[in-house]
Design a protein around this ligand. Structure first.
Ligand SMILES: Nc1ncnc2c1ncn2[C@@H]1O[C@H](COP(=O)(O)OP(=O)(O)OP(=O)(O)O)[C@@H](O)[C@H]1O
Ligand SMILES: [Mg+2]
Length: 920
């Protein structure tokens, strides 16, 4: 089953949602955090991603990169990259084939990775985290969040990154739309379409602030207006604090924090902590141990001082609100509620200003940190066939208008040369058809129509689309060319298809206006008059081809990047595996050496110990040589195997000393049980023939002898000698005895029944009764399985739940019982007399009583001595099972009652079709 996953790609951290039958789960990563740092770090041997990158960051600033979503789809020359993003990135930013990238050192080599590659690496980590959560299942279909202000180039770069990471993004979803979906889909009280509920969603995260005005009616949401401040978020507040304290410490401690990346990092982390404390307190302390030059820096800040520091930012708070509301065409009093999400929506000054502007309290019903991931997951569930989710339609919108330009056709002098095809706030997805009159091929260029709205460095040019295969029509005139432009689910522009149409005349029945009909009374209305006329219609004629020149990467470049990522992934894995084997070797050396004087002391000969210690010491010495420090995976594996070869017999002897008594006890228990059964005078065993009883006794006696002989020989051996009898052999014998005895007893029981029925001459009646019994017994069995049984033995069996050994045996028996007919052992002509049975039985008892006492320890139900023994709980289970006739295969086919049939169908649907998901 393919997985259903939604990921909120945050600037500081990302959250992963997984759809399950009971709803959406935001999953925890390898260190149990529900969000994963959006960081990629390049180390001396391998890459570190997410949590590992956050750990590596402190000691590897220059090679650790964050702000991944701020970099994708942008260029090095981009003014915002140079003026804004650079402040938050320690790695060296460089050009990577027209895209911004980083120059880092990986495995001792200088390498350049583009922003798309960095994002792909990080997405790969999130993919692996998700896959692990899903028990190793492959992760492909996914919905990824993007800021609503992302442009075509940024969206295409995200899609490219997802492809490199082997993901299949079903949709790139705007942060605020995802939150709105999560909000709407869970509401059961949404109004009808004539009275929509208008909700404003404000997402203030780490790097940006987004606002969307969304109208909800039953089963549907429509984004009415959006706006954003792309450079407004938690990191800006942190930076304001950082600059403030850096300045303060210049005077107070005579240190320039900003001159050292490490000190800056430490202070920034302290500032973020202080900021969070200030969200709930009027005053917060700042303590940064060993910030630089061994100085422990300390200070404090009042909330109003913090607000003064971020005053320029606070002034910008209402701008996106105004813009989004204006675009929506709604007024403040039409707004039902204002939903706040994003980590920074906890800052009191922001909340106060937003609340004051709307003139109403804010709403915090969505999970501030996880709403976007939840929404993306729900979107993925609605797009994927795996789950059936409540129908909910999402009408998203694009913030940017798009125009298309073209060269004037020489012979169409008054033709326009551009057209705004998608207006601001145009719905996503949407398709527009453009019509041209052309005799030959032509080009279209697409641009964002208002470049001033874009992030500053983004090129407004979206692509060139050459329409090929155009020729004059049959009369030598212009062909009518239709071109389909589509803003797809990701918010990405494409020219999907182009074709020519021709005008054809068709005869059609058309209504004609009848002036008298207007005057006639409604009741005497006659059918409207029609007539056959020739009408001109456009008919699709031939398809044209489109050659696109887009901002995104072409397929061959993507394939190359995918291959490169695959190589990096494999080499990371090799490094991890090598490290793992090296640790395993190191651990083995210490572990085994200490055990030789402790756990293995009795199980090793002096000679072996000397040899093993020498080998362990040799490996330890090697490990600390230069060669051992940096060896290959196979070198560690080989050395580990060599040690294990010496250690294995010793480990085996010790382990066997623990396992042998347990296995012996299990075998003996099985033998006892069958012996008791055949020896018992109980009515319920009456069906077992003497012949079968004898076979059982003989089998049990032989195996008991084998066991006792083996255990006796073992008891004469020193503990440091290889075992004469092993636990595995005993367990095999246990299976053997069960396989031998059980079918014989069961099949005989069936035969007897059948014979009984035939003899009675009331086969039909009894067969019916048999069925009833059958049912009763089946029911009984269920109740037996579900309830603790009473201990009737009064022995050492505390008979409630089955022990694992008994359960294992029960399963083995059940498997056997499923074999049609069971085993047929034929008739044994030699019937054992009761005396002979007694003799054989006594033999077993005797043999058992002679076995070394260690072999008895832990034995349950081992009371094979004289005197009748009541069946233990497990026996009861066994007896019950054995006396139960097998359900007959020729069950009458009944026509189910209508309700039953319905229920069946329903069940089938859930099994075969999509699972239902509880979205509440
Ligand atoms: N209690 C708090 N008070 C103030 N700020 C907080 C608090 N808790 C978290 N933050 C800030 O919220 C920001 C993280 O928010 P969030 O997780 O929404 O960001 P993101 O989704 O990673 O970023 P973006 O949406 O910009 O890509 C951080 O700057 C963090 O310091
Ligand atoms: Mg966010």
């Amino acid at each position: 089953m393919s997985s259903v996953v939604g990921i909120d790609i945050g600037n500081i951290s990302s959250k992963i949602g997984v759809a399950r039958a009971r709803g959406v789960d935001v999953i925890a990563n390898e260190v149990s955090n529900r969000s994963t740092p959006s960081l990629v770090s390049f180390g001396q041997k391998a890459r570190a991603l997410g949590e590992a990158a956050a750990t590596a960051q402190t000691s590897n600033f220059k090679n650790t990169v964050g702000s991944l979503k701020r970099l994708v789809g942008r260029t090095l020359q981009d003014a915002e990259i140079q003026e804004i993003e650079k402040q938050f990135i320690n790695a060296e930013l460089v050009d990577a084939k027209g895209e911004v990238g980083v120059k880092v050192r990986l495995a001792g080599e200088e390498q350049v990775f583009s922003a798309t590659q960095l994002m792909a690496m990080y997405l790969g980590k999130l993919r692996d985290t998700t896959s692990k959560e899903l028990g190793g299942a492959g992760v492909s279909d996914v919905v990824l969040s993007t800021p609503l202000w992302f442009t075509d180039a940024q969206r295409r770069a995200m899609l490219d990154a997802a492809e490199i990471a082997g993901l299949n993004p079903l949709r790139l979803m705007n942060d605020t739309t995802a939150t709105a979906l999560g909000y709407g889909i869970t509401k059961t009280d949404l109004p009808d379409s004539d009275n929509p509920r208008n909700v404003v969603f404000c997402d203030i995260g780490h790097s940006s602030y987004q606002v969307a005005v969304v109208s909800f009616v039953k089963g549907q949401l429509t984004v009415m207006g959006t706006a954003a401040d792309r450079n407004f978020g938690g990191r800006d507040f942190d930076r304001a604090l950082l600059l403030h304290f850096a300045e303060e410490f210049k005077g107070k401690y005579k240190i320039d924090v900003l001159s050292s990346p490490k000190a800056t990092f430490r202070l920034a982390a302290g500032c973020e902590r202080l900021k969070k404390v200030l969200s709930a307190n009027a005053l917060a302390p700042l303590n940064v141990e060993s910030i630089m030059e061994d100085i422990d820096a300390a200070s404090q800040l009042k909330r109003e001082e913090f607000e003064a520091l971020i005053a320029p930012l606070l002034e910008r708070v209402t701008k996106p609100l105004e813009a989004a509301l204006t675009q929506s065409g709604l007024t403040k009093d039409q707004i039902h509620s204002v939903e706040m999400v994003g980590g920074s929506s906890r800052v009191p000054a922001l909340k106060e200003r937003i609340s004051a502007w709307f003139g109403k309290p804010l709403s915090f019903t969505s999970n501030q940190d996880e709403a976007v991931a939840r929404g993306c997951t729900l979107a993925c569930a609605t797009l994927s066939p795996v789950f059936k989710v409540r129908d909910f339609t999402v009408h998203d919108s694009t913030p940017y208008s798009i125009k298309v330009t073209w060269d004037k056709a020489a012979d169409v002098p008054d033709e326009d040369t551009e057209l705004v095809v998608f207006q601001p706030n145009n719905p996503i997805p949407s398709t527009k058809i453009l019509t041209f009159y052309r005799k030959e091929n032509f080009d279209l260029q697409a641009y964002y129509a208002q470049p001033e709205l874009l992030p500053r460095g983004i090129n407004p040019w979206l692509g060139k689309f050459s329409i090929k295969g155009v020729s004059p029509d049959a009369k030598g005139d212009h062909s009518i060319v239709k071109v389909k432009a589509r803003l797809n689910l990701h918010g990405v522009l494409n020219f999907e298809s182009a074709y020519t149409v021709e005008e054809v005349e068709k005869e059609e029945e058309v209504p004609v206006a009848d002036p008298q009909a207007m005057e006639t009374d409604g009741e005497n209305k006659e059918a409207p008059k029609t007539e056959i006329r020739k009408v001109k219609k456009l008919q699709r004629k031939g398809d044209l081809s489109i050659v696109s020149g887009l901002v995104g990467k072409d397929a061959s470049v993507l394939a190359e990047l995918k291959e490169k990522e695959g190589q990096l992934y494999s080499s990371d894995k090799l490094v991890i595996d090598t490290e793992d084997r090296k640790n395993a070797l190191e651990e083995t050396i210490y572990d085994q050496r200490s055990k030789l004087d402790d756990k293995y002391k009795l199980f090793v000969t002096a000679e072996e110990k000397e040899k093993y210690l020498a080998a362990l010491n040799e490996q330890e010495e090697w490990l600390y040589t230069e060669e051992g420090e940096e060896a290959t995976k196979s070198a560690y594996v080989e050395r580990l195997a060599a040690l294990n070869k010496i250690g294995q017999p010793i480990q085996f002897r010790q382990k066997e000393s623990e396992e042998r008594p347990k296995a012996a006890s299990q075998l003996r228990e099985a033998l006892n049980r069958y012996m008791e059964m055949v020896q018992s005078g109980d009515e319920k065993y009456a069906h077992i023939s003497d012949d079968d009883k004898q076979k059982v006794v003989e089998k049990c006696a032989t195996i008991a002898k084998w066991l006792d002989d083996g255990l006796y020989k073992q008891s004469e051996l020193p503990k440091n000698a290889d075992p004469k009898i092993t636990s595995a052999e005993m367990l095999k014998k246990k299976d053997e005895v069960i396989y031998f005895c059980h079918p014989m007893l069961v099949s005989r029981s069936h035969k007897d029944r059948a014979e009984g029925e035939a003899r009675s001459g009331q086969a039909d009646e009894e067969a019916e009764g048999f069925d009833e019994d059958d049912e009763e017994e089946l029911e009984e069995e269920e109740s037996v399985e579900g309830q603790p049984e009473e201990d009737t033995s009064g022995g050492d069996v505390s008979g409630s739940a089955l022990s694992s050994a008994e359960e294992e045996e029960r399963q083995l028996l059940e498997r056997l019982a499923r074999v049609p007919g069971g085993a047929d052992h034929g008739a044994n002509p030699v019937l054992a007399s009761p005396d002979k049975l007694e003799q054989l039985f006594a033999g077993v008892v005797r043999a058992r009583s002679e076995t070394p006492s260690s072999a008895h320890s832990g034995s349950r139900g081992g009371s094979m001595g004289p005197g009748p023994t009541s069946p233990s709980a497990a026996d009861a289970e066994l007896v019950h099972f054995m006396s139960k006739p097998k359900p007959r295969t020729e069950t009458p086919v009944e026509t189910p009652k209508p309700e039953e049939k319905k229920a069946d169908e329903g069940d089938k649907k859930t099994e075969d079709g999509p699972g239902e998901m509880d979205v509440d």
